[in-house]
Structures are given as structure tokens and as C-alpha cells.
Design a protein around this ligand. Structure first.
Ligand code: R1P
Ligand code: GUN
Length: 297
């Protein structure tokens, strides 16, 4: 029974704290790892799962009340394991607004991770490069975001606030943890990685990609890259006190001119992820180790 609205099924309306607790209990009873870091895999970025040792895997369809993924390239699995000695949980299979999900449902995995014990979240995504200096295959460390759905009132925290998760009104000027960003830059340097940028990610609702006029507007508003995810997860993560770090794989250059040859194509975005797999895997592995060693996780 939902405490917020009194209805029976937890499937079609916001989960109360108790609903999420129940869901989390199901997982806790079946896995001994208490994850410290949560990782959300973006489109084509499932390579991170290869880092896990000692893993226990749940298909979403087997977890009572958990939504299922429908987007190609997203497996729909929750994986528990270790990266080095650090206990982690990996979300492989996002839920998107454009699939018809309300944002509270898109962000459910974040609250599940919180109640599992996670304190730091690493989010990744495939994004289009708006900044003219970006190339396909670049990695952009996210300094900040522009949450367009929220400009229109569509925020995952809309509706009754559950104080057990966090306060009604929350600051977002420190959405992306500065100290983790500094560590991430240190990892980039130590690995000698090239093609790494730092910038602002804009989220639009999708699933259609942007018009040229929309892309120019996003650029003029300060966006360096654009996608359809991540920001609502960060809103919910910050609400419940998780530290956040995010990075984008630039899978395409956005067509900023009417005669641009660039084209946005989901299958191609998956391919670019494959091409940068090794770098992404090494980056996440080293970052997790650094955060643990530096007591930042
Ligand atoms: O943000 P992630 O999950 O990487 O997915 C990105 O890739 C898809 C488009 O190819 C969109 O869903 C966009 O948001
Ligand atoms: N909205 C949007 N999402 C993406 N995901 C990967 N590339 C893009 C893009 O160009 N635009």
C-alpha cells in the first residue's frame, strides 16, 4: 500500500519510502555485498560491468515492482560486485521519460541504491557534442547541467515530498561534487587519456533528436553536450544526499548547420561506445579506486 495515495500497486504511482525499502529488502536478502558506490551505465557503456568480481546479477523482470527497460542496448540488470575491493552496484538499463515513464519511475534505481547503502553515484551517458571543439569519441566530465524538463515543471521530485528521502527544496548549485571532479581529472592525467573535456550537459525529453535551431539555442544557453537522461537521476540523488559525478561519451557531433553532414543515430551511438571501451573501463576502475583510497566515496 502506498503511503502517499493509498493505492495498492506500487507500479503506477510514486513509490513511498516504505515501498522502496521493501524492494531493497528483497535485494538485501539475496546478496551480501553492501555497495558503497553506485554506477549508472549510459547507452553503449555497459563495459563497466566487465570490471566486476564476486558479482550477483538481478534481471529487472525478476525484482518485484521494478520497471523493465525497453531501449536497445540496455540490458535491464542490476549487478552487485566489487571493483578492486570496493563494493559497488551497477545499473545496466536506464528508464527514460520518452518511453512513457514518469520521472519518479525513471529515477527509482537511485533511491534503491541509496537504501542499499550507496553514498556516491557515478553516472554515464552517450551525448551529442554541441561545443564545436568536441570530437566523436571524446569524454566530457560534467561540471554542471541544464535540466530542460524541469524548466517546464517536469521534475522527478514533483508531488508529495517524502522527508525520509530529503527536503522539499534542495540546492543544486553543487550538483556535481567538485572534489570528485578533481580526482577524475587526476585519473585522466595518470592514464594519459586524450580527448577529455569538461562541460555542461543539457537534457531534453526526447526521443526525437534536436532541430538545428534547438541546437543553436542550447549552445547559446551554455550547453556543451546534449542527451535525454542523467539530470533527473542527479536531482533525486542530491535530494537523498548522494554525491554525484557524471561523464558523457560524445557519440556524435550535433548538426549545427542546415547543410551539416552529421546525423544523430542511436545505432551509431552504440558503436562509438564500443570503440572507446578500454579507456572507459580503465577510467572508471581507477576512479573508483581513487575515491576509495581518498575516502571520497
Ligand atoms: O543518456 P543515455 O542513457 O546514454 O542515452 C542516450 O542515447 C540515446 C540516444 O541514442 C538517448 O536515450 C540518450 O539519452
Ligand atoms: N538528445 C540527444 N541525445 C543524444 N544521445 C547521443 N547523442 C545525442 C544527441 O545528439 N542528442
Amino acid at each position: 500500500m502506498c503511503d502517499n495515495c493509498g493505492r495498492n500497486s506500487a507500479e503506477n504511482h510514486p513509490f513511498s519510502y516504505e515501498n522502496v525499502e521493501k524492494l531493497t529488502k528483497y535485494l538485501k536478502e539475496r546478496v551480501s555485498i553492501v555497495p558503497q558506490i553506485g554506477i549508472i551505465c549510459g547507452t553503449g557503456l555497459g563495459v563497466v560491468t566487465k570490471l566486476l568480481t564476486d558479482s550477483t546479477i538481478f534481471d529487472y523482470k525478476d525484482i518485484p515492482d521494478f520497471p523493465v527497460s525497453t531501449v536497445p542496448g540496455h540490458h535491464g540488470r542490476l549487478l552487485f560486485g566489487r571493483i578492486g575491493s570496493t563494493p559497488v552496484v551497477v545499473v545496466q538499463g536506464r528508464f527514460y521519460f520518452y518511453e512513457g515513464n514518469p520521472l519518479w519511475k525513471c529515477t527509482l534505481p537511485v533511491r534503491v541504491m541509496k537504501l542499499l547503502g550507496v553514498s556516491t553515484l557515478i553516472l554515464s551517458n552517450a551525448a551529442g557534442g554541441i561545443n564545436s571543439s568536441y570530437s566523436v569519441g571524446d569524454i566530457m566530465l560534467v561540471r554542471d547541467h541544464i535540466n530542460f524538463p524541469t524548466f517546464g515543471g517536469n521534475n522527478p521530485l514533483r508531488g508529495p515530498n517524502d522527508d525520509k528521502f530529503g527536503p522539499r527544496f534542495g540546492a543544486m548549485n553543487d550538483a556535481y561534487d567538485r572534489r570528485i571532479l578533481v580526482e577524475a581529472k587526476g585519473v585522466v592525467k595518470s592514464l594519459g587519456m586524450s580527448g577529455v573535456q569538461e562541460g555542461v550537459y543539457a537534457c531534453i525529453g526526447g526521443p526525437s533528436f534536436e532541430t538545428v535551431a534547438e541546437l543553436r539555442a542550447l549552445r547559446d544557453l551554455g550547453a556543451d553536450a546534449v542527451g535525454m537522461s542523467t539530470v533527473h537521476e542527479v536531482v533525486v540523488a542530491r535530494h537523498c544526499g548522494l554525491k554525484c559525478f557524471a561523464f558523457c561519451l560524445i557519440t556524435n557531433k550535433c548538426p549545427m548547420e542546415y547543410d551539416s553532414k552529421e546525423k544523430q543515430d542511436h545505432e551509431e551511438h552504440l558503436m562509438v561506445g564500443k570503440q572507446r571501451e578500454d579507456d572507459l573501463k580503465n577510467f572508471v576502475e581507477k576512479l573508483v579506486l581513487r575515491l576509495t583510497e581518498g575516502n571520497l566515496a
